[in-house]
Design a protein around this ligand. Structure first.
Ligand code: HEM
Length: 222
């Protein structure tokens, strides 16, 4: 028996198909839009390059917007669960954040320090989830305002929408590329789970998501 009555090969569904499809939408929409957004902002090359970047930016914006509308309309129960989890903070989350989940010790000093047990999302993921939720909303609304409704928008509002779009977009890009993607690849089994069939071994899940395994999942009766 590997963990709490589960055998060594027991697996648990961590990410449902709808979540995995939505995550692909975030990747195929957000990442191209973010990278081309930087080209449009810094204009490092010819007008043709910036023009091409703008076209890719709009395609990325469409994919991102459609993915978010799909998830919010058709998977609203998952959105509710996400809200409940991401906004439920306890003293353990503060402790976890104060040592950044022990990652700097592990990565830079090769040391393992004790960290509080986590549920399905750890405190860093809750923080990222909240930032992505509100940040993406701001980026999508301000982007559509600037792209599709510019002639109808007063100049001052367009100016602030432009600033918000740039700074919130840049902030999210840095958080996702330097934080989320790096840590996801570092925790490779999480990547295999999210980009595979959504399942992972219970024994592995118990390592990162101890409280979730203990309190929220149960064996399927045969
Ligand atoms: C190549 C790029 C990406 C990789 C490798 C990646 C990887 C992952 C993985 C492995 C998880 C599951 C983590 C777990 O269950 O412990 C996850 C969740 C998540 N991802 Fe990504 N992701 C990428 C891009 C993005 C982008 C572009 C966004 C948002 C715009 C995003 C937002 C999220 C959110 C909100 C979650 C749920 C919270 C969390 O578990 O961290 N991801 N991602």
């Amino acid at each position: 028996m590997a963990h709490d009555g589960y055998d060594d090969n027991a697996v648990v569904l961590k990410h449902s198909l709808s979540t995995r499809i939505f995550h692909w939408g975030l990747i195929l929409g957000f990442l191209p839009a973010a990278l081309t957004g930087i080209i449009i902002w810094l204009k490092p090359g010819s007008e043709d390059l910036v023009g091409l970047a703008m076209k890719i930016h709009i395609v990325g914006a469409w994919i991102l917007s459609i993915s978010c509308v799909y998830f919010f309309l058709f998977c609203y129960k998952r959105v509710v669960v996400f809200w409940r989890t991401a906004f439920n903070w306890t003293a353990d989350d503060i402790k976890w954040m104060s040592v950044s989940g022990g990652y700097p010790h592990k990565i830079f000093l090769g040391k393992t320090i004790p960290v509080p047990p986590m549920g399905k999302m750890n405190s860093g993921q809750k923080m990222l989830g909240i930032m992505v939720f509100f940040g993406t909303l701001v980026v999508i609304v301000s982007g559509w305002l600037l792209y599709a409704f510019l002639p109808m928008v007063p100049k001052e509002i367009a100016h602030y929408a432009d600033l918000l779009h740039l700074f919130v977009g840049l902030f999210l890009t840095l958080a996702i590329i330097c934080g989320h993607i790096v840590l996801s690849v570092y925790n490779w089994s999480e990547c295999v789970c999210m980009f595979g069939d959504g399942t992972m071994k219970v024994s592995e899940a118990a390592h990162h998501n101890e409280l979730w395994v203990k309190n929220e999942i149960e064996p399927v009766k045969k």
